[in-house]
Design a protein around this ligand. Sequence first.
Ligand SMILES: Nc1ncnc2c1ncn2[C@@H]1O[C@H](COP(=O)(O)OP(=O)(O)OP(=O)(O)O)[C@@H](O)[C@H]1O
Ligand SMILES: [Mg+2]
Length: 400
Amino acid sequence: MQTFVKGKRVGYWLSEKKIKKLSFQTFVDMCRKQGIEMVQLDLSQPIEKQGPFDVIIHKLTDHIVDADQNVTESLLLVQGVQDYIGAHPETVILDPLPAIRTLLDRCKSYKLIHKLEECMQDDRICSPPFIVLKSECGTETLEQLQKHGITFPFICKTQVAHGITSHEMAIIFSEEDLKDIKPPCVIQSFINHNAVLYKVFVVGEAYNVVQRPSIRNFPSGPTDRRAISFNSHHVSKPESSSDLTCRDNMEGQYGEPNKDVIQKISRRLRQALGISLFGIDIIINNQTGQHAVIDINAFPGYEGVPKFFDDLLSHITSILQGQVSNGAACGHLRLNGIAQSPSVACGVHCGMLGNESSWLMDSEGIKKGPHQGLSCGGACMAPNFHQHGRSSLAAETSSQ
Ligand SMILES: Nc1ncnc2c1ncn2[C@@H]1O[C@H](COP(=O)(O)OP(=O)(O)OP(=O)(O)O)[C@@H](O)[C@H]1O
Ligand SMILES: [Mg+2]
């Protein structure tokens, strides 16, 4: 047992379904063996009475989405957590609620990834252009698509990235089918990627890459093919296999994502949002070989990551040891319960996104100081930031 973690208390809240799916009890037992007290939070009771907590781990996405829809029970639960966080700046939250809200909104997370790409200026990374469609397609929609560099075919996704309906999507091949698009939604260029998706599962400084099936290549430009509606869960699960995922017309560039690129993207996301537990979906453009980020998920399933609990335990241990603070092992500090960007943390201002930084965090509790924004320069890394990503490419073959 490591003495510095003895007596430390970690509160956790995950849905019963998630606890079961992850076999989270195994992790609870692992922590207890190390002397860490694991406390399952009862959100219907004041959290104050269940504390104190050094760390809180949670997946509150369902409740956050419901609270945003004004569902009273969820509003109260989320408010209870928010109040506890506000009253306990010393407690490390995995992960901060404002960051989770950013990831729950595809428009916000795509804007974030585009801004990060602008900062990184790395030719190896190029995520697809997108727009948000608020109302039915009209004559001006084609203009808008053109203006933003969106070409046929493109993919339509709901703006809210969580919940049953959020996985219903459509691929549109021609002007004719614009009328079938159901707003509000996010429209994103479809990138041919030889039907391979790479899911990057991040835990603090560690990450694992898992290969999954994905959508097949289509001819570029408008075609007379009718729109395809699909549920994303039938496309990129380990066992997914259908006409849509068939790999008989592969061409152009292949290859696994570059380690350095993955580390760069995940480090930037951790810096920008102060998160530790997230997934990045990456595809490789088969024409250019560039990496494209098409999705970022809060506390994903870590399916196919055999050492998830070891990584989580060592991340929590580092936090408890005081080596790293919050999800941002890369230099976030929590001041008054608010994750601060590294530019605040190290007192150096290395580039800001100006007013546009509002999409980084929602308004709750965030007051933007003169330095608060997104750090573009690597110079602001905290000295204790090390990259030791586990790059096991746990290739899961598609069942074709
Ligand atoms: N721009 C794109 N170009 C090509 N294929 C795409 C694109 N966006 C999404 N896809 C395909 O659609 C699938 C679902 O997309 P996305 O990851 O955005 O959905 P999701 O429902 O949020 O996924 P998750 O289950 O990871 O939450 C991807 O796994 C990929 O196969
Ligand atoms: Mg995805």
